[in-house]
Design a binder for this molecule. Structure first.
Ligand code: ADE
Length: 228
């Protein structure tokens, strides 16, 4: 079954962007997933094709209009479409690997990319848009955030990642950050590869990696361990 992504944006030229290359690009070409863009401006009705207006109550920036966004969403995701409707926004719930896994197991996603100060709250409520953030920083729009989300999802689709084990062991899938990696040459600028990794003792190697992962996680992300 093809994972179907529809992206609503004022900048459809930004897509597929990075998603047209590498792993995601190959999967797109092979039909493992599909990507459509919808130009929000096509749903504007006035002569100037206006999509935004000044915020009620005053303040800086512009707000995407509820009526225009509703028409774009209804076009992209008519009633009965089982796909979740996401709104990329720094106000959203932070994206996690668990949510990514959950999305990858579904039929696809309809993704609205915010711009300007935000989107009229009424259309967020009326169309059940789930606000998703990719981190505690502000981008100039949701397009790159949408690509981040789709990249994370697409690599989990069946057949996309060649070596499945590398997915199971990586950061977050185990609830910990990944252990450090090494490869040849045996010596680099006077530094050797940790001896245990060249010992051939797989039990010792697994123990060492687990200990390293734990130490790294404790130092960088104690929150993942339920600490601090
Ligand atoms: N749009 C602007 N900033 C964003 C963020 N941090 N996450 C998702 N969408 C955004």
């Amino acid at each position: 079954m093809t994972f179907r992504a529809t992206v609503l944006t004022l900048y459809p030229e930004m897509f597929p962007g990075t998603l047209g290359l590498s792993l995601a690009g190959r999967a797109l070409a092979e039909g493992t997933w599909s990507l459509d863009t919808v130009q929000i401006r096509d749903f504007a009705t006035d002569r100037h094709r206006t999509v935004d207006d000044t915020p009620a109550g005053g303040g800086a920036g512009m707000v995407l209009k509820a009526d225009i966004i509703a028409k774009a969403v209804d076009h992209a995701s008519p009633e009965g479409d089982a796909r979740p409707r996401l709104l990329m926004s720094p106000r959203g719930k932070p994206l996690t690997q668990a949510r990514v896994r959950n999305l990858a197991a579904g039929p696809g996603a309809v993704i609205l990319c915010g711009r300007f100060e935000g989107v009229d709250q009424r259309v967020i409520d009326a169309r059940g848009l789930e606000e998703v953030s990719i981190g505690d920083y502000v981008l100039s729009g949701g397009e790159i955030a949408a690509q981040v989300l789709l990249d994370a999802v697409v690599r989990l689709l069946p057949g996309v990642m060649g070596n499945l084990a590398s997915g199971e062991e990586e950061s977050f899938e185990s609830g910990m950050l990944e252990h450090p990696h090494y490869t040849r040459p045996a010596e680099f600028e006077g530094m050797a590869i940790p001896e245990v990794l060249t010992s051939g003792n797989h039990k010792k190697i697994a123990e060492w990696r687990r200990a390293q992962a734990l130490e790294l996680t404790r130092a960088r992300r104690p929150d993942l361990l339920g600490e601090k």
